[in-house]
Design a protein around this ligand. Structure first.
Ligand SMILES: [Zn+2]
Length: 150
């Protein structure tokens, strides 16, 4: 795993994606750059978010974190996984060759195929801040940070 990888930041990406899809039916981000101190996620989206929407997204992500949901991995037959999830964002070899797909569940809030490392419970993420949002060429870019619990 890369040195600059932060399981809490990456777990926040999962929660943000589920939250965006629930609120706007936009699907999960198609591109993400997640560093230990900050992250950006890009969505196919027709417009920018309003400030009220941005604060709503932030509040919902923080509610999931505060609920302290367990984060668990399960393996699923690839055919079942294909019928339930997009496998597009898995690395090529994982998507094309593996008989079993690893699915990460965050309580009953989110489930997503992923090979990354994650926090074990959501409360470890601390406080989620949606720092900026911008829109260009059909792409909504959200940036976020976490304030870890003391
Ligand atoms: Zn993941």
């Amino acid at each position: 795993m890369a040195k600059k990888y932060d399981p809490c930041m990456h777990t926040a990406e999962h929660i943000l994606n589920q939250t965006m899809d629930r609120l706007f039916a936009c699907g999960r981000c198609f591109s993400a750059h997640v560093n230990p101190d900050k992250a950006k996620c890009d969505y196919h989206f027709g417009r920018d978010l309003t400030e009220a929407e941005a604060r709503e997204v932030e509040a919902r992500v923080n509610a999931v974190i505060a609920a302290d949901l367990p984060v668990a991995a399960e393996t699923m037959d690839r055919f079942e996984a294909q019928s339930r999830f997009s496998l597009e964002r898995l690395p090529g070899e994982a998507a094309a060759e593996l008989a079993a797909i690893r699915v990460i569940r965050i309580g009953d809030y989110d489930a997503c195929p992923c090979i990354g490392e994650h926090a074990t419970r959501t409360r470890a993420l601390g406080t989620f801040r949606l720092t900026t949002h911008s829109h260009a060429d059909g792409v909504l870019r959200l940036r976020f940070k976490l304030s870890k619990p003391a």
